[in-house]
Design a protein around this ligand. Structure first.
Ligand code: NAP
Length: 256
């Protein structure tokens, strides 16, 4: 039986962890060959083994430090060099440190904007060029409810995601005639490695996270990787071929 991404070539930034890992693996199950950008070689090797052994698809790990624009471009270029074209790009990678507007340092600002905004911009720059050559494609950007104003303790993060949302709208508005689509997914609250590391710094653990989510997410629980993967796969697939510029909220009823 063919999957909804049969024959497609997908690249995922941050494919080594969390939702990025889930999207990469499920894309392969749905028929795609998949390139993964990130730094964690152990996780990438394990994922590629699963893609090739369990899904019978091809996987490629491109070691990528998203702080460097050259690495961002290289992720896309290596994907095209190996697989011949690019049909879909998912920008999952991001960092989410906590600080208020009054406390945020210049270094935090530069680090967050480098990974959350500059990296998606330069990945998208190459991805759009590749997709233009092959007649179209789909970009999916993982965003956050903080983009719409943000909590008091996420000033830089909120601004970086707000800028990212503008990038999504910019691509959607200007590249539709090239059949290049860009969509945004508002990711809900998930106990990812990044989120758990942030909470550990605050002396909190997974149990605290689950209780806090049960109290504050309208649908009453922390979200999961699996809650997000189907929407992203839909946006990558031809089922959404006329969908661009959308903001899909996977937030358990929290309306930003
Ligand atoms: N967790 C939540 O509740 C939540 C809510 C809304 C939105 N989000 C969004 O979800 C995304 C991931 O956040 P997370 O920390 O929660 O997830 P995570 O599962 O811990 O994943 C973070 C990913 O980012 C990659 N990454 C970070 N810095 C990188 C760099 N310099 N170069 C290459 N890759 C880098 C990591 O790859 P390596 O480890 O391989 O370097 C990893 O794959 C972000 O876009 C964030 O805004 C998260």
């Amino acid at each position: 039986m063919s999957g909804i991404l049969e024959g497609k070539i997908i690249a995922v930034s941050g494919g080594t962890k969390g939702v990025g890992y889930g999207v990469a693996l499920e894309s392969a199950k749905q028929g795609a060959n998949v390139a993964i950008g990130g730094r964690d070689e152990e996780s990438a090797r394990e994922l590629i083994a699963r893609i090739e052994r369990d899904c019978g698809r091809k996987g490629l790990f491109v070691r990528t430090d998203l702080a460097k624009a050259a690495d961002c471009r290289n992720l896309i270029e290596q994907t095209v060099a190996r697989f011949g074209r690019l049909d879909g790009f998912v920008n999952y990678a991001g960092i989410l440190p906590a600080a208020t507007l009054e406390d945020a340092s210049e270094k935090m600002y530069d680090d967050v904007f480098a990974i959350n905004m500059k990296a998606p911009f330069f990945c998208a720059q190459r991805a759009v060029a590749a997709m233009r050559e092959s007649g179209g494609g789909s970009l999916v950007f993982v965003g956050s409810a903080h983009a719409y104003g943000g909590s008091e303790d996420r000033a830089v993060y909120a601004c970086s995601k707000g800028a990212l949302l503008t990038l999504v709208r910019h691509i959607a508005k200007n590249y539709a005639p090239c059949r290049i689509r860009a969509n945004w997914i508002t990711m809900g609250w998930v106990g990812t490695q990044g989120e758990l590391a942030l909470r550990a710094e605050q002396g909190r653990d997974l149990r605290w996270l689950e209780e806090a989510a049960a109290a504050s997410v309208p649908m009453g629980r922390l979200l999961t990787v699996e809650d997000h993967v189907p929407g992203i796969l839909y946006l990558l697939s031809d089922q959404s071929s006329m969908v661009t510029g959308t903001e899909l909220h996977v937030t358990g009823g929290f309306i930003p």
